[in-house]
Design a binder for this molecule. Structure first.
Ligand code: PLP
Length: 478
């Protein structure tokens, strides 16, 4: 015979420590806020890049049975996590494509996590599902998609690209037997997550056609059309064109107006990866740089890039929501109570996820708290900072710049008076990293080692760009 009082009483007395009292909670929260404030206060003078010396081992230990005080854990966090590597919260982050980290998003995550609303299914949290739907609608309007469009808030651009490609595959009705003839068109500048998505979607064996690019690394639309026609004449089935609205490498925007009209004529699905560039639609200069995006069949944009959110926020938009649902919707007996009301789809119907974080709140809170105006100004500022940097570097002795930026990526390299150019540029990169205030990255364009800056952080202003210019001058002087 089990003594229920004793058995359950004992377990409960320990398990209740997972729900500490108000004083304890407030202590943890206020210490975490102090930590965050110290972190943010220190940003203007903090290094953007700290090489990991691999000396810290606090994270290697096993998880203990007994509690550890929060002060100790926050110290470990500061030293072992928020110390080494690239500081993505810093305005000095001009490498890869910078993320953001708006503080109200952290509040959104906090509130979403405490209430733990289940945003996957309308029935479970009509408010959360509606908020996410509203945000998707706002993005679809921004992109210029029609009323039938739908979408999903994802963990990032890679998963959003996967979702779009799966949707395109099912819309085209591609069966395994069709794959060897089902040609796909893209430029070599397409983000590698698209290749990954094709593979995960079982499309790795589709013949890939790399469309040549012009001198500004944009897809040559006329050649695209000729390639599609030639393939069709040879018995192939062209079905998908992947264009970029802001390539990661050089920020180039493919000629979407021409490409979209080719796709319409040739009955190909046009997917536009605008993970980096999409939110530039919020400012006038950005809209001028992105004509034709509204004609895409599917679009990816990353709020954790162009809306300055913390990592974990991507979005996929599909011109016809029904096709997104067709590729993702499943029914299960145990979900029978969760029928969609009045036909509106729940986030889980449009996604590979069922349980998911309530991503809407980290997006909704900053957008509403700030209003759109500062976002528009910040995005416009990034474009002008890139133009400013392009002009300034072009004037530095020995430097050569890449194309005038379509968006906010500038490529450049140093041509040393003598010696190996690649080595000289590697040395400059190293010097920038050693200085630590600014982080930039490098790439290879047309086979040549190239330095690049990507300006997208909401904390990046003229000061950071001028720091970098100073370092370039002092590294190449005399
Ligand atoms: C960043 C980026 C991606 C990948 O997005 P993640 O959010 O990092 O998964 C895809 N395409 C482009 C053009 C990007 O800039």
């Amino acid at each position: 015979m089990t003594d229920w009082d004793e058995k359950l009483g004992q377990l409960e007395s320990v398990s209740r420590s997972l729900e500490p009292g108000c004083d304890q909670r407030k202590d943890w929260i206020s210490r975490s806020i102090d930590y965050a404030e110290t972190f943010i206060d220190g940003l203007p003078d903090a290094r953007t890049y700290v090489r990991d010396l691999g000396q810290s081992s606090v994270l290697d230990g096993a998880i203990p049975e007994s509690p550890t005080p929060i002060s100790e854990l926050l110290d470990q966090l500061a030293e072992s996590v928020d110390g080494p590597g690239i500081n993505p919260a810093s305005g000095g982050h001009l490498g890869y494509i910078p993320g953001g980290g708006l503080v109200p998003s952290a509040l959104g995550d906090f509130l979403a996590d405490v209430a733990n609303r289940y945003s996957g299914v309308h029935f479970a949290s009509p408010g959360a599902a509606r908020m996410e739907r509203q945000l998707v609608r706002w993005m679809a309007d921004l992109a210029g998609l029609p009323a039938e469009a739908g979408g999903d808030l994802t963990s990032g651009g890679s998963t959003a690209n996967l979702s779009a490609i799966v949707t395109a595959r099912d819309a085209a009705g591609i069966r395994p037997a069709d794959i060897p003839r089902s040609t796909i068109y893209m430029s070599r500048q397409v983000h590698h997550c698209v290749d990954k998505a094709l593979r995960v979607a079982g499309l790795e064996e589709c013949p890939l056609r790399f469309v040549p690019m012009d001198q500004r690394h944009r897809m040559e639309a006329a050649v695209l059309e000729a390639m599609i026609i030639a393939d069709r004449e040879n018995g192939m089935q062209p079905w998908l064109v992947v264009a970029s609205a802001g390539t990661t490498d050089s920020g180039a925007v493919d000629p979407l107006l021409q490409i979209s009209s080719i796709c319409r004529k040739q009955a190909c699905w046009l997917h536009v990866d605008a993970a980096y560039g999409g939110f530039f639609l919020l400012c006038e200069e950005g809209r001028e740089a992105l004509p034709g995006l509204q004609h895409a069949d599917s679009i990816v944009m990353d709020p954790h890039k162009g809306l300055f959110l913390p990592y974990g926020s991507g979005a996929v938009l599909v011109r016809d929501e029904e096709l997104l649902a067709r590729a993702h919707r499943y029914q299960a007996d145990y979900m029978q109570d969760a029928q969609p009301p009045e036909g509106g789809y729940s986030p889980a119907d449009l996604s590979a996820e069922l349980s998911r974080p309530f991503r809407g709140l980290r997006l909704w809170l900053p957008l509403k708290l700030f209003g759109l105006e500062p976002f528009r100004a910040a995005l416009s500022e990034k474009l002008w900072l890139a133009r400013y940097f392009h002009e300034q570097v072009a004037q530095l002795p020995g430097f050569e710049v890449g194309p005038y930026p379509d968006l906010s990526v500038v490529t450049f390299r140093y041509n040393p008076p003598q010696g190996d150019a690649e080595q000289a540029n590697r040395k400059i990169l190293q010097a920038v990293h050693d200085d630590g205030r600014i982080f930039i990255s490098s790439t290879r364009l047309d086979g040549e080692f190239t330095l690049r800056v990507a300006i997208l952080h909401f904390r990046t202003h003229r000061r950071e760009v001028d720091y970098l210019l100073q370092i370039l001058v002092s590294e190449t002087a005399g």
